[in-house]
Design a protein around this ligand. Structure first.
Ligand code: ADP
Ligand code: MG
Length: 267
């Protein structure tokens, strides 16, 4: 269908594919100081699939997500979300930040954290109705945290907090989900709960992009990989782009050869 639309518009099929991607990044360079954290990166996320962003510490993975969300300004490059500039599409993106980056010392109930996902719908001063509470409760249910809705978020374990942040993202009803290391430091039950929710989102046609650090589960969890080490190293379906060569290129000497052989296909 895209092909016929493209020819009608006089566009090339490749251009049409690019413009309809949930997240299309071109020539992105981000720098906090003199040395770029992300350099001249192109990325085209495939709709309705799960993509892992993979690379060593300091490779620019979090920076790439933050630039995609407009949280950090790029030095150059452009970001399109579902074929339109980011500013028009913010409501369609949900973001679960790296857990360590949020400090929850102040008292906030779990249900209120999830309702933050509804603020775009509510408006900041909008009245919270029973229906909003019900949406928030349903989202907590989906991540197996419904019993904790009245608890203080600061009193939960790291894994439980992570599930609550995912529930907040679900409440937003977004089409594109960006998650920064959702499985880092969580218990096995939480990992199972999160991956099952992400696979459900995919089954609903949503698009999931997650920074992922556990190379052993990439094949199991994801359809595509995006390997980065400041520059893009590889991008594509797991079977093609997650290989011994691309891993070696992304991690350099930081992964043992035996480890790489075990994890990746040697196509
Ligand atoms: P990753 O998520 O892959 O570990 P990051 O995107 O967090 O990598 O960081 C990429 C590089 O940018 C690192 O060298 C990091 O030290 C640097 N960096 C990240 N955030 C900041 C910041 N707010 N200020 C200065 N440097 C930063
Ligand atoms: Mg990071």
């Amino acid at each position: 269908m895209q092909l016929s639309l493209a020819s009608q518009n006089g566009q090339s099929a490749a251009e049409a594919g690019l413009s309809s991607s949930p997240l299309c990044i071109r020539g992105l360079t981000v720098s906090y100081g003199e040395k770029p954290a992300v350099f001249s990166v192109d990325m085209t996320v495939v709709a309705g699939q799960m993509t892992a962003i993979i690379g060593p510490n300091g490779a620019g993975k979090s920076t790439l997500l933050k630039a995609a969300l407009g949280i950090v300004p790029p030095l150059s490059g452009r970001v399109q979300v579902f074929g339109r500039p980011l500013d028009h599409q913010r409501a369609r993106i949900a973001y679960v930040p790296q857990r360590a980056s949020v400090d929850w010392d102040f008292p906030t109930r779990v249900i209120d954290v999830v309702m933050m996902g509804l603020y775009r719908d509510l408006g900041l001063l909008g009245r919270i109705r029973g229906s909003h509470r019900q949406i928030a409760r349903d989202c907590l249910d989906r991540v197996g945290m419904h019993e904790f809705s009245e608890r203080q978020i600061g009193q939960l374990s790291g894994g439980q907090q992570q599930r609550v942040f995912l529930a907040r993202a679900l409440a937003q009803g977004a089409d594109l989900y960006l998650l920064d290391e959702p499985f880092a430091g969580v218990d096995a039950a939480t990992e199972k709960a999160i991956i099952s929710v992400l696979k459900d989102l995919r089954a609903e046609g949503k698009t999931v992009v997650a920074v992922h650090h556990d190379l052993a589960t990439v094949r199991d969890y994801f359809d595509n990989v995006f390997l980065i080490n400041t520059r893009k190293v590889a991008e594509g379906p797991v079977d093609e782009a997650f290989t011994a060569e691309t891993l070696q290129a992304a991690y350099g000497g930081r992964l043992a050869t035996a480890q790489v052989d075990q994890i990746a296909t040697t196509a």
